[in-house]
Design a binder for this molecule. Structure first.
Ligand code: DGJ
Length: 719
């Protein structure tokens, strides 16, 4: 055998860089046709130099030859957490995946799709890895597709979407946990050797305790504006599993995908199994840089109507709960107009007759108007709304059923429950079996029938309050282990049908709060409900954390009576997203009402920059007494800065100026306090002119303190 020089070895490798404006993700195929991750980070000036990257690392040896595999197979040479594990038709559990070919397709000026075909040399099984890269946004979506032509079924025991591999001196994971009213609680720790798993097994409302979003900083926890950090999230609304394995070489393997918990998947010969995309971005300019990348990608490509507009609204959930009738709703429609928002949103409680929906114990599943509450039906209410000059939207929770309902009695086989065990409830309800096409039809028709009743229906709030206990599907029969996957596929099929017929009607993704916020679902929804916790102090923290991953236009924020803050504070916080109200308008004092009306006008002026501008986090409520967030338009000429007191100890406030960000140092700016409460005056001199340079280096003081606990400032370029 001829001895190969180092140069020969490189010559035989195939290096495949995926470059975006700032970053590169680089794959390399070696002589054995193993495909490896060799780099993920800032792009190099000369793409020809990527192939030299592996040689400059002098870490421990690789016992497997595929420690940095681009899609780690198991049962052959691998010794680490695999991306894929299968049982072949003959019962053998080994898999090896070798590179066959790759293809790069430019989909447009911004988006390219790389596909890499891998095959097992022994078994007739192939995997295609897909990398969809968004050049300007610096985002990659990665997924895989698995097929085989074996004589019999192959069982997929594990089937990840993505397998990344990072090198750094240390790795710092920022992850989230939560519960009802406590969504998006962050924790940041250094990863130690072994595997750290982020996962959920809840089935629906799957992110209740843990969403799939996370960030990994390299070498030290990234700051807001400095440091290297990778953001990741799985585009899947069901069980997910993300393994972060620090290996013997001190490198980090990240394997993300659908959770294989209770889910071995039987794959027939010739059938394709496609995994959901794992989306990620990298920034060497801190967490702020990464979040702006992800936000702009979401607006441009993922969130439904991300570049569009949204409706302000009055919701009746907290003002009436289940207790309303036509005359009460007529008053609320008038209040909607009086308040000055675009739409009235009718919440839970409007349906069911045999077991009326007067509390959360009954009626769910029976989507006919309750004759006592709405004798003239939805159509009448929608007409009333039209007469009052407001739009009309409605709440549904179509995936769920109360045992006390006509639907449960008629179709017990549509309900997820164990045939031989006691039922166990979450909010007194059970989940319908969306893996069953007949249930998919039913859910689709729940939505469709609303549009038949009100063709002008302007909005749907799609709730999902229960998790899955006793996972068992009558429809799946002998394929129970496919149920969790097929449930979510069924949900997406319904949403596809809804969107095929109603492509642009705004829909809120709600899950008794934020239990289901993910980009798998958000491609069908215009916005999400971050939390039932609308205490504005809590919301500052919750919205702050969501904002790392989701743009403000997607965040439905309602002004309610939660918390002790005045209505101005509550409204200012709700303005950092998509503004709504859920208060008793008729009980507002004249000043509060005047303030709210004025705030809606102010909001209408600011919303383009809040929704489409670049977001900068200026002052972190977890570190300072004042929280401050800024939105600035891409031209760097107009924006808004929201500032809140979060520490109520004596004398606390904005003692130091707050450094603004994202401005043009050469431009001149004027800052003006807006959204003032009637009868109050601003302490800010709005005639002063500052350079962008001054505002970014020295800063601006919004004068937040006791008595001025919430300050909204508009910034405009002066020409
Ligand atoms: C949970 C939601 O988060 C609330 O806003 C409300 O719609 C209730 N469900 C209704 O049951």
């Amino acid at each position: 055998m001829a001895v190969l020089s180092v140069a020969d070895v490189y010559a035989q490798n195939i290096t495949i860089p995926i470059e975006t404006a700032d970053n590169a993700m680089v794959l390399q195929v070696d002589q054995q046709k193993d495909i490896k991750n060799i780099y993920l980070g800032k792009r190099l000036g000369n793409a020809a130099e990527y192939e030299q990257i592996p040689a400059v690392y002098k870490q421990a040896g690789d016992y497997t030859g595929l420690v940095n595999s681009a899609y780690t197979p198991s049962g052959s040479r691998n010794l680490f957490e695999p991306a894929i594990t299968v049982t072949h038709a003959d019962g053998n559990q080994s898999l090896d995946l070798r590179y066959i070919s790759h293809q790069l397709t430019k989909l447009n000026d911004d988006v390219a799709l790389l596909s890499v075909l891998l095959k097992d040399p022994v078994y007739d099984l192939e995997v295609t890895l897909y990398y969809k890269s968004y050049y300007n946004e610096n985002v990659i979506e990665q997924w895989s597709s698995i097929t085989h032509h074996e004589k019999g079924d192959v069982v997929l025991q594990k089937f990840a979407s993505a397998n990344l591999y990072l090198k750094a001196g240390s790795f710092w994971l920022k992850q989230y946990h939560g519960d009802w009213a406590k969504e998006m609680q962050p924790e940041e720790t250094q990863l130690t050797h072994g595997i750290k798993t982020l996962d959920t097994k809840l089935g629906t409302r799957a992110g209740l305790f843990m969403p799939s979003v996370f960030m990994v900083s390299l070498d030290r926890p990234a700051g807001e504006d400095e440091g290297s950090v990778l953001y990741g999230a799985l585009e899947w609304s069901g069980n997910f599993k993300i393994d972060l394995e620090l290996d013997n070489q001190d490198n980090l393997r990240i394997i993300a995908g659908i959770n294989n918990y209770a889910s071995p998947y039987v794959l027939k010969s010739g059938v394709e199994f496609q995994t959901p995309p794992f989306v990620y971005t990298f920034s060497d300019q801190g967490k702020g840089g990464a979040s702006r990348k992800l936000q702009s990608w979401a607006r441009a490509y993922k969130l439904l109507d991300g570049k569009g507009t949204r409706l302000t609204l009055l919701n009746n959930w907290e003002s009436t709960y289940f207790d309303f009738n036509e005359s009460r709703l007529s008053e609320l429609l008038k209040d909607t107009k009086k308040l000055g928002v675009d739409m009235f949103l009718l919440d839970d409680g409007w349906f069911a007759n045999k077991y009326p929906r007067n509390d959360d114990h009954a009626g769910l599943g029976d989507w006919q108007e309750n004759r006592k509450k709405l004798p003239n039906g939805i159509g009448w209410l929608a007409k009333e709304a039209q007469n009052d000059g407001v739009k009309f939207g409605i709440w549904i929770e179509p995936e769920m059923v109360n045992p006390k309902s006509g639907l449960y009695e008629k179709h017990p086989d549509w309900v997820i429950k164990q045939p031989k065990r006691d039922e166990y409830y979450f909010r007194n309800q059970l989940v319908l079996d969306l893996s069953n096409p007949r249930v998919q039809d039913f859910v689709y028709h729940v939505v469709d029938s609303l549009f038949i009743k009100d063709p002008a229906l302007a909005y749907i709030k799609w709730d999902c309050n229960a998790v899955i206990y006793n996972a068992y599907s009558v429809h799946q029969n002998h394929n129970q282990s496919q149920f969790y996957v097929e449930y979510i596929r069924g949900l997406y099929k319904v949403l596809e049908r809804v969107r095929a017929k109603y492509p642009s009607v705004p829909m809120m993704l709600c899950s008794g709060g934020g239990g289901r916020v993910d980009y798998g679902a958000l491609q069908y929804f215009t916005e999400f409900w971050p939390s039932d916790n609308t205490d504005p102090i809590e919301r500052i923290y919750i919205q702050w954390e969501y904002s790392y991953f989701y743009p403000a236009i997607a965040s439905s924020n309602h002004v309610t009576d939660w918390g002790k803050q005045p209505v101005k504070f509550r409204t200012d916080v709700a303005m950092m997203g998509k503004l709504g109200f859920d208060i008793v308008v008729s009980k507002l004092s004249p000043d509060d009402l005047a303030f709210c009306r004025g705030a809606i006008t102010t909001y209408n002026a600011l919303k383009p920059v809040i929704w489409q501008g670049d977001q900068y986090r200026l002052s972190n409520p977890r570190e300072q007494s004042v929280a401050s967030i800024m939105y600035i338009d891409p031209a760097k000429s107009s924006g808004a800065i929201f500032n809140y007191l979060v520490n109520y100890r004596y004398g606390e406030g904005s003692k130091f100026p707050i450094h603004l960000k994202g401005l043009d140092p050469a431009k001149k700016y004027q800052l003006k306090e807006v959204n003032l409460y009637p009868g109050t005056h601003s302490s800010i001199d709005n005639h002063k002119i500052y350079s962008g340079d001054f505002l970014m280096k020295i800063g601006f003081n919004p004068d937040v303190k006791a008595g001025r606990t919430s300050v909204v400032v508009q910034i405009n370029e002066v020409k």
